[in-house]
Design a protein around this ligand. Structure first.
Ligand code: UD1
Length: 382
């Protein structure tokens, strides 16, 4: 069985790690048992994220081998990025002739690879399928809908995803409730937070700081939304130390602000460069609470049991609200600051771990792919 796994942007790397490790373990098992069946795994990086702090550090932290192929597509408009990636993926997929292509998440790289796989009639697996915010102004929502429409195996992280997919006419036999690969990585690496020096370096004490992350165009590219965030930060920094690892997109927007505004609203905020995976998980794990517009961080805080205030109007991950520690707060400073005060006082729902977020999602996905594609008579029957 030859499988191409595709990744391109920071959150993708966290999701592919358990799959690549799962392929290796499966091969080791087969070898130990004296069988000949093997998974030939090829990792293709689109190059959507290319800075060392947005890519290489994740490969190191998550112990992922370097990509077999890096397409180097880089940044650009949506059409440029998706188009360049499609042209490059087509050449690779035609040359490699895999049995199955695995894409993860909802970034432009995901959609580009999915469209090419579908047109070449190569079976496509989508890991983290079926999430819907029902907000089509988010580019990720378009990427999710279209990727799911052409996928053959849809691996879901929560039950709501199944309802979404069935509504869109996806055949139930294509849907597999596998759990959450992002949480596989988290559970595996949380122990290593003990080694991290990030709290000390930022002058922070456990449980006595808030973490904020922002990178979505609708939060940082829209001047009114960014002004709301600055208003929130200017008050919050008087109540609790605030640490803010800044995504490159956000850094560009903050740098463009007039100096007086920047200095006043962000004076007490510890602005950091983008962090590696272990350092960022450490910051989340010991925080009083987290404020974010990310998707994955809503899930990671739920798994860690840390209060999360999501600066968006919708979430495609409702289980983090129903079962977890997340609230979807919008970006009205008065509302957000009320939530912050509750979190500072420690008045927060406890939350529980959603079903199948147990560190074994990668294993389940690899097993299902092997059952379908590893056709050797010597393959184990499960
Ligand atoms: C992308 C994903 C988003 C995901 C996010 C995680 C899409 C549509 N968006 O958004 O879903 O949550 O990744 O980070 O795919 N840049 C650098 N260095 C890099 C990469 C980017 O400086 O290594 C800068 C460039 O100026 C670039 C900008 O960041 O133009 C945005 O990068 P891009 O990949 O277009 O989108 P993200 O905002 O990172």
């Amino acid at each position: 069985m030859k499988v191409i796994t595709v990744a391109g942007a920071r959150p993708n790397f966290v999701k592919i790690a358990p799959l690549l490790h799962g392929f290796n373990s499966r091969n080791a098992e087969s070898e130990k048992a004296g069988r000949k069946d093997r998974i030939e795994s090829v990792l293709v990086h689109s190059g959507q994220h290319y800075d060392s702090s947005m890519s290489d550090v994740f490969f190191r932290d998550l112990n992922i081998p370097p990509p077999d192929i890096n397409l180097g597509i880089g940044s650009g408009s949506h059409a440029q990025q998706t188009g360049k990636a499609m042209i490059a993926f087509e050449m690779v997929f035609e040359a490699q002739k895999p049995d199955v292509i695995v894409v993860v998440g909802d970034v432009n790289t995901t959609l580009a690879a999915a469209l090419v796989a579908a047109k070449l009639r190569i079976p496509l697996a989508h890991v983290e399928a079926g999430l819907r915010s029902y907000d089509r102004s988010m580019p990720e929502e378009i990427n999710r809908i279209l990727t799911d429409a052409v996928a053959d195996f849809l691996f879901i992280t929560e039950k709501d995803a199944e309802i979404n997919l069935l509504k869109e006419g996806i055949a139930p036999e294509k849907i597999f409730f596998a759990g959450n690969v992002m949480i596989d990585s988290l559970l595996k690496l949380t122990k290593r937070t003990e080694e991290s020096k990030v709290l000390h370096a930022a002058g922070l004490q456990k449980r006595n700081y808030a973490v904020i992350t922002l990178h979505r165009p609708e939060t940082v590219d829209d001047p009114a939304a960014l002004a709301s965030v600055l208003q929130i930060l200017s008050t919050l920094q008087t109540q609790i130390p605030v640490v803010f690892p800044v995504h490159p997109r956000t850094r560009a927007r903050l740098d463009a602000l007039p100096d007086e505004k920047n200095q006043k609203d962000l004076k007490g905020v510890r602005l950091l460069d983008p962090l590696g995976y272990i350092e960022f998980v450490t910051l989340m794990k010991f925080a009083r609470f987290v404020i974010t517009d990310s998707g994955g961080i809503q899930e990671e805080t739920t798994a860690l049991g840390i209060p999360c205030i999501t600066l968006r109007k919708t979430t495609e991950r409702p289980v983090t609200v129903t079962d977890g520690t997340n609230v979807v707060a919008g970006n009205d400073p008065a509302v957000v600051l009320q939530y912050c005060e509750k979190a500072v006082r420690g008045e927060w729902k406890a939350g529980s771990m959603p079903p199948l977020w147990d560190g074994k999602a990668g294993e389940r996905i690899v097993r299902i792919l092997c059952e379908r594609f590893l056709t050797s008579s010597e393959a184990p029957q499960r």
